[in-house]
Ligand binder design. Sequence first.
Ligand code: PPS
Length: 285
Amino acid sequence: MSDGYVWFEGIPFPSMGYKPEVLREARESFALKDEDVLILTYPKSGTNWLIEIVCLVYSKGDPKWIQSVPILKRSPWVEVEYGYNLLKDKEGPRLITSHLPIQLIPKSLFNSKAKVIYLIRNPRDVLTSGYFFFGASAFAKKPQSMEEYFGWFIKGNVPYGSWFDHTRGWMSIRGKENFLILSYEELKRDTRSIVEMISQFLGKKLEPEELNSVLKNSSFQVMKENNMSNFSLLRGQFLDKNGILLRKGITGDWKNHFTVAQAEAFDRIFQEKMADLPRELFPWE
Ligand code: PPS
C-alpha cells in the first residue's frame, strides 16, 4: 500500500527502516536468551526514558556509556532492520527494545526467562506526543491537524496500530513472573521508588549514590541535552528541525490540546474498549 506506511500482518509501520521480511524473521527466528532484558512499549510512552534508566542501572549510575553510545545502539529495536542486525550476532546479555504488539514479538520470548518491562502511558498523552513527533518526522504520515490525528489514532491508523489492541494484548500476560508493568505516570510521580523497583527486578542492587546518579542522569533536562539520547542524531534524515523527542515530558498535556468534544469522545471509546480490564492498570486521572 502506498499510504506512507509499511504494512505487515495488518499493522502499519513507519516507512523508513522497516521491512516485512525483517519483521517476519524477527518473529519467527530471533532467539531471546534468558539473560536478555526486553523494554516494551507502545510508541510515545516514555520508551527512551526507560532505556536511559535501565542503561544507568546496568552501569551503576556511571554516565560514560549513555554519554558515548547512541541510545539506538545501547538497546536496539528488534523489529527495525538496523537494530535487528546489531542484536542478532550480539554476545552476552542484551538490552532490547520493541514497540511490537504481542502477536508480532519474537516467538522465542514465550519459552525464555528474559525479563520484560512493559511501560504504559495515558493514551491521551501518547496521542498528543505522537501528534507532534510524527508530524515532524520523515517516516510517518503527517497530520494536518490534531483533529485529523485524533481520528487516525482512534482507528489505529498510526505507527504500530491501535493503542487499545496493543495494550490489551500485552496486558493479557500480566502476572507472569518475568513481566514487570510500569506506568509513565508513576515513574513521573515517584521516580526514585520506581527506579528502585526496576533495579530490584533486574537483580542489580544500587548504592544510594549510584541511585542518585541514575536519577540525575536520566532526568528530563539532562537527557534533553545528551546528544546520544535526545534523537538529535536523527535530524536531517528521519526528523525535521521541529522533531523533538524530549518535548515536554509531563503528564496531562493532552488537556492543552483536546477539545471538550474530543475529551468526551475519548472517554467513551476508552470505556468501550477497556472497561473489562482492572482500573488499577491505568493509573492516571
Ligand atoms: S518513541 O519515539 O516512541 O520511542 O518515544 P518515547 O521515548 O516512547 O516517548 C517520548 C515521550 O517521552 C518523554 N520523555 C521523558 N519524560 C520525562 N523524563 C524523561 N527523562 C523523558 N525522556 C523522554 C518525551 O518528552 C516524550 O513525551 P512528550 O509528551 O512528547 O514530551
